[in-house]
Design a binder for this molecule. Structure first.
Ligand SMILES: [Zn+2]
Length: 504
């Protein structure tokens, strides 16, 4: 009975979300009213069962069933209602900030854990869905890459896409302006923006600006967080970016934090709102070894290395925040304007800016490690999608921009690859020719070279492993595509020349 479920939800909120007893009277009445019930159930709640719940999904399923079957609500509206309901029973935004700040005085990790746990318990991070994602790591002798097929990020259906196309979507007409804006706090949801009644944010001061911390609802890795500026302004990397990154790890040393680059193709999907991403995870590039150290004259307590990584990644190691941020900004400023025709690098030309950096930082004891991946977004007739973007032959695996997470070695691949892998196994099993493949599975057209390769060594027992290994190599090659200085004599000399051109 829905009346029993309401009692269970209130008990859940008291046990897992910190609702106090006095408020529980109030919220029970709110839920009764929202669900159109006149009188609560008098049956006792099995508290032991509620205590053992890790996520609220089993309770929410019962509410959804009631909404769809009894209230005849459309499924999409029922889903919106569930988010609203979880927003009601989660402590108010200011109360969460108060609790976070109190815990932070004991330990920053405790505070971060509290917000993370709350975000799972209140259905903002839908853990059940994230746990279904496919994840594996390559088993190369070194420089391993992490690969994940993300099933929790919603793929828009055709109806929603059609609505988007017909709607004039000017930024100033939008509310909130984007999915990262502060105004999402408590937002009911729309065709193109998700419901956010259950999101909770923590205000931060970074580089004398107001920023906010939240977790990512899609959780690409452990405790994947997002920090965003209060104002809806474009992504922009400059010296203050490095200062903010340092300040973040000073406050939360168990997290890394980084920023997407500030240009299209090499940046992330949201270029119009300045933000960082981080979390409690060591991304693969952070395990890469230094292969070369560059001499520094102006920075006595700082070291600069090139890392043994697939793309061009520098690492600054320093205990001095001043030296680190000054050196990083000298490298960035030099790189923005740098030109090296032999390596096809044109920092700036008549089309505009092409060179930028993807920075990220972590702190171990008192030492900062700042990673600077050199990026360039220039397109040519030979590479219309970008010289240093995913080349055509790999785009069936990943065609979107290679943002910070991928550039650092964790690939987030589209959900379609799950069923496409099943289709590939089917065509190999049935030895289809190319014409039949395209006829039976039109979405496999771009996979034909991959299928040919797999066919050469086809073995029914190892096919799953073989498909994964093929995907591994594609991801590795994509990272190599993004290297502005390749692992060749010309590339190595190019990087040396670039660093030599700076007066460091
Ligand atoms: Zn925004």
């Amino acid at each position: 009975m829905i009346e029993d479920t309401i009692n269970e939800l209130i008990a859940y909120a008291m046990i897992h979300l910190g609702m106090n007893e006095f408020d529980s009277v109030y919220f029970k009445n709110i839920l009764l009213g929202e669900l159109g019930i006149t009188k609560p159930s008098a049956s006792p709640v099995d508290l032991h069962k509620i205590e053992n719940l890790i996520v609220p999904d089993s309770l929410l399923e019962k509410v959804k069933e009631y909404l769809v079957n009894t209230k005849k609500m459309e499924e999409a509206n029922a889903d919106l209602f569930l988010t609203k309901l979880m927003g009601f029973i989660t402590p108010n935004p200011s109360k969460v900030v108060e609790e976070f700040n109190k815990l932070e005085k004991e330990s920053p990790k405790k505070a971060l854990d509290y917000l993370y746990d709350l975000s799972i318990k209140n259905y903002y991070i839908q853990k059940n869905k994230i746990d279904k994602n496919v994840f594996w790591e390559t088993n190369y002798p070194d420089k391993n890459i992490e690969i994940s097929i993300n099933l929790s990020k919603p793929e828009k259906n055709n109806v929603d896409i059609a609505k988007l196309i017909t709607k004039v979507d000017k930024e100033e007409d939008r509310y909130p302006k984007c999915v990262l804006c502060l105004e999402n706090l408590g937002f009911y949801g729309s065709v193109n923006q998700p419901a956010r009644e259950n999101i909770r944010l923590i205000p931060l001061k970074l580089g004398n600006e107001e920023w906010y911390l939240q977790y990512s609802p899609y959780g690409y890795f452990h405790m994947h967080c997002i920090c965003f500026a209060k104002n809806h302004t474009n992504m922009f990397i400059d010296k203050m970016t490095f200062v903010r990154l340092c300040e973040f790890v000073d406050r939360f040393p168990n997290f890394f934090i980084g920023s997407n680059a500030d240009l299209p193709i090499v940046g992330g999907s949201i270029l119009n709102h300045n933000h960082f991403q981080g979390g409690e995870h060591l991304l693969p590039v952070m395990k890469a070894k230094p292969v070369k150290e560059f001499r520094l004259n102006k920075y006595p307590s700082t070291r600069l290395y090139k890392l043994d990584w697939y793309n061009t990644c520098l690492m600054i190691e320093s205990k001095s925040k001043d030296e680190l941020t000054s050196l990083a900004s000298e490298i960035l400023d030099g790189w923005r304007l740098y030109k090296d025709p032999v390596n096809e690098v044109y920092g700036i030309d008549l089309e505009g800016k092409h060179n930028t950096i993807t920075p990220s930082i972590r702190k171990v004891n008192e030492t900062y490690y700042l990673y600077l991946i050199l990026r360039n977004n220039k397109c040519t007739p030979q590479y219309p999608d970008g010289i240093f973007h995913v080349h055509k032959q790999y785009q069936m695996i990943k065609k979107e921009g290679i943002g910070i997470i991928e550039a650092m070695g964790l690939f987030i691949l589209p959900a379609r690859l799950v069923h496409q892998s099943v289709e590939i196994k089917d065509v190999l099993n049935k030895s289809y020719d190319d014409v039949t493949i395209i006829k039976e599975y039109p979405d496999l057209e771009d996979f034909i070279p991959m299928i040919h390769e797999l066919k050469r060594k086809y073995n029914k027992d190892t096919i799953d492993k073989d498909i994964r290994e093929y995907i591994n190599d594609v991801c590795k090659n994509i990272l190599i595509n993004t290297a502005v200085f390749k692992d060749t004599i010309v590339g190595k000399l190019g990087l040396d020349h670039f660093i030599g051109s700076l007066d460091l």
